[in-house]
Design a protein around this ligand. Sequence first.
Ligand SMILES: Nc1nc2c(ncn2[C@@H]2O[C@H](COP(=O)(O)OP(=O)(O)OP(=O)(O)O)[C@@H](O)[C@H]2O)c(=O)[nH]1
Ligand SMILES: [Mg+2]
Ligand SMILES: [Zn+2]
Length: 286
Amino acid sequence: MKARIVKIVSKEYTLMDEEGNTFDSILTGKIRKQRVPVTGDIVECKESHGRYVIEKILPRRNEMIRPSVANVDQVLIVMSVKDPDFSTVLIDRLSMLIMKSGIEPMLIVTKTDLGISEETEERIREYERGPMKVIRTAKGSLNPEVSSFLEGKISVLTGQSGAGKSTLLNQLDPTFHLATQEISKALGRGKHTTRHNELHKVAGGLVADTPGFSSLDFAHVNANELGNYVPDFLPYIGKCRFNDCIHENEPMCAVKQAVEDGLIPKERYKNYLQVLQMIHERREKF
Ligand SMILES: Nc1nc2c(ncn2[C@@H]2O[C@H](COP(=O)(O)OP(=O)(O)OP(=O)(O)O)[C@@H](O)[C@H]2O)c(=O)[nH]1
Ligand SMILES: [Mg+2]
Ligand SMILES: [Zn+2]
């Protein structure tokens, strides 16, 4: 039978079948040598000696690294308006890496109940006017749009530690009691509250609550592809004078023109140039 891996804790794999029933399983040694299974993987398994054994991992549609989740429909970037600070640099770097994985990014702006500075409000509006879906949420009044976006999909929550990822899931399903930050602080356990990734059944979909990331790695991204991963650039890609344009110093660049015309936010372009610079510097080192 076919099932999906929804949780991995050391050598125990929790599987979910199409009806949403979960059961524990183990892996045959043969597979462990072939490839490391991750949550989201669809597997073939069978019952043997009273327990389920995973026999085959089916090909992945896509795959995220850190957190490792396969077959993802969308990644929800969770960003608070403050505590921790709202950061377009982070949103833009995350969305580039998500696009690079072939997955659609979305933005969830949390903690709007804490008050939004004029500067942050303007930045949020730039995203709202752009192509990414944006949802604002506040503690105590969950935006019903969140559920509608999760339905029938596999979603991954990502964002800084403390942004409110686990809180969001707890609000979506009051039977969840995922640990949130105050508790871990009380236990003095260091930074990340959420430790492993697990797919939770919520709002008619599956959602991975992941630990806040520790670093963003552009090692596998080339300068000449980076622009393709900026959602705001997409309408202008292919319209530059040079077809290998990296939208930096080239004349007749459609992206730069759109920035000048106010069609692409300056902030978005600035964040793009910063990552491009990082990529250039990396190449100089070799
Ligand atoms: N005021 C307010 N506080 C919130 C909101 N969402 C989350 N918080 C608080 O922010 C803190 C951090 O929330 P978590 O849900 O633990 O954050 P996380 O993103 O899961 O963090 P990690 O698991 O460490 O990556 C908690 O104290 C929450 O109560 C919100 O919308 N409004
Ligand atoms: Mg968490
Ligand atoms: Zn260009």
